[in-house]
Design a protein around this ligand. Structure first.
Ligand code: GDP
Ligand code: MG
Length: 299
């Protein structure tokens, strides 16, 4: 393959909260780089995932869902997602097969039109609808914008995701490999660890806690005997949330730690000692300085 034929580029994955952006990214990469949950607004940062193929390299940017912000963290999240639209070669706009294209989707589509970035529409969650409903849906959505392609997929089962990758690659410009082929993400180890812990918090706790939670992995150090020592702190906004996160006799914290540890061990291929703490920091979501400390850069 000559340098000329090699294709590469940056592709943002955008869509309403919860449409399956992170699930799709993990599926396309064959590895977990973004955490997933059934709660909206799980992804807070822009996560970069690199897919290296024989003739192409696709750099995906998973973005926080675009929604109406209610606090400073929310504002930061939407800003990140919107800015991303203007920085990429291609936008992958995700909608859902089982919910009608609504005002939230329309708002994002308007931003895509404004940014004038070429877009592929991906209709996710096809596993939830009968096949016969897809063609009329695609016809309807075709009229909304000059999409380069419309591809129905299931990020959950992987159905038709090969075709999606083909379409993405076909619409990338010729270009070099920006990253070494073994690179899968640009997220530092400490961030991946913190995010995995946050995912377990989301899985195991109820509605009111998760949005007020930030996780910081303060130390990740290899120790003798192939052991990885990790000290991490789960920050919450309220004393009552701390109570929930610690649980009766420390049961909840133990469970969070156990599930996170198993997954971190699988990811890094080494044994892990996870030293997990819960601390209260009121209003961290509204304070610039604290947001920065937790890794949400707002510049
Ligand atoms: P994001 O907010 O757009 O990043 O969405 P997530 O990737 O976190 O997924 C939100 C929820 O949708 C999770 O519960 C996923 O398991 C679920 N989900 C994602 N893709 C699919 C799919 O193709 N089919 C089904 N049935 N569920 C999906
Ligand atoms: Mg996400």
């Amino acid at each position: 393959m000559t340098e000329k034929e090699h294709r590469s580029g940056f592709v943002s994955i955008v869509g309403r909260p919860n449409v399956g952006k992170s699930t799709l990214l993990n599926r396309l990469l064959g590895r977990k780089v973004a955490i997933v949950s059934d709660r909206p607004q799980t992804t807070r940062h822009r996560i970069l995932g690199v897919l290296t193929l024989p003739g192409a390299q696709v750099i995906f940017l998973d973005t926080p869902g675009i929604h109406k912000p209610r606090h400073q963290l929310g504002e930061y999240m939407v800003k990140v997602a919107l800015r991303t639209l203007r920085e990429v070669d291609l936008t992958l706009f995700l909608a859902e097969a089982h919910t009608p294209f609504g005002a939230g989707d329309g708002f994002i589509l308007e931003r895509i039109k404004e940014a004038r970035t070429p877009a592929i529409l991906c209709i996710n969650k096809t596993d939830l609808v009968p096949k016969s409903s897809l063609l009329p849906l695609i016809d309807d959505l075709r009229s909304k914008h000059g999409f380069l392609a419309i591809v129905p997929v299931s990020a959950l089962t992987g159905e038709n995701t090969d075709r999606l990758v083909e379409e993405v690659v076909a619409h990338l410009p010729p270009g070099p490999r920006y990253y070494p082929p073994e690179t899968v993400t640009d997220q530092p180890e400490q961030f991946v660890v913190a995010e995995l812990i946050r995912e377990k918090v989301l899985q195991l706790t109820r509605e009111e806690v998760p949005h007020g939670v930030a996780v910081v992995a303060e130390e990740v150090t290899p120790r003798s005997g192939e052991l990885l020592y990790i000290r991490a702190v789960i920050y919450t906004e309220r004393e009552s949330h701390k109570g929930i996160l610690v649980g009766q006799g420390g049961q909840m914290l133990k469970k969070i730690g156990q599930l996170a540890r198993e997954e971190i061990e699988a990811l890094f291929g080494s044994r892990v000692y996870l030293d997990l703490w819960v601390k209260v920091k009121p209003n961290w979501r509204r304070e610039e300085a604290l947001l920065r400390r937790f890794g949400y850069r707002t510049e």
